[in-house]
Design a binder for this molecule. Structure first.
Ligand SMILES: C[S@@+](CC[C@H](N)C(=O)[O-])C[C@H]1O[C@@H](n2cnc3c(N)ncnc32)[C@H](O)[C@@H]1O
Length: 141
């Protein structure tokens, strides 16, 4: 799924208003709109298609995005120097599958937000905060 919400224009016409509590319902609606072999735009800026993790990361890497794989064993996020338009790959409650991790490591860099393990949702919030702080202080490379 790709969420790139339209932020300009009229709510309900050009864009949809989305609060945190609407996300699960939105994902459910989008899953029903899946069409085999097609990238389907369900709402303005909200797409669904079926594609494996490696393929997604491979395509992003070809678009010259810097890929970072979140892992407590990685390099400290405060030390690596994050490039513009970074892509962060986060595991679920089981972590990233070992088989895919091997290939992911070839496409990106292992990055840590500390030695403790966090939930994926917490990890995303921490990473967003790190990027915001870098951007606010003009340090985003
Ligand atoms: C709940 S954790 C996965 C726990 C899983 N049981 C394991 O042992 O890998 C979910 C994801 O958050 C990210 N994560 C959690 N703690 C992290 C940390 N300290 N540094 C970097 N990424 C972290 C990783 O991508 C991880 O796969």
């Amino acid at each position: 799924m790709e969420f790139e919400p339209v932020t300009e224009g009229k709510t309900g016409m050009d864009k949809i208003y989305l609060s945190k509590k609407d996300i699960a319902g939105l994902i459910k609606k989008m899953l029903y709109k899946y069409k085999e072999g097609k990238k389907n735009e369900v709402f303005p800026g909200y797409w669904i298609e079926k594609k494996g993790l490696l393929k997604v990361v491979e395509e992003l890497s070809e678009k010259e995005k810097s890929i970072y794989i979140l892992d407590p064993k990685g390099e400290d996020i405060r030390e690596i120097g994050i490039g513009k338009n970074p892509v962060f790959v986060v595991g679920d409650h089981l972590g990233l599958p070992q088989k895919e991790l091997k290939r992911l490591k070839k496409m990106g860099k292992l990055v840590s937000i500390g030695k403790r393990k966090y939930f994926a949702s917490q990890t995303i919030a921490i990473v967003n905060n790190e990027i915001d702080r870098l951007e606010d202080s003009g340090l985003l490379e």
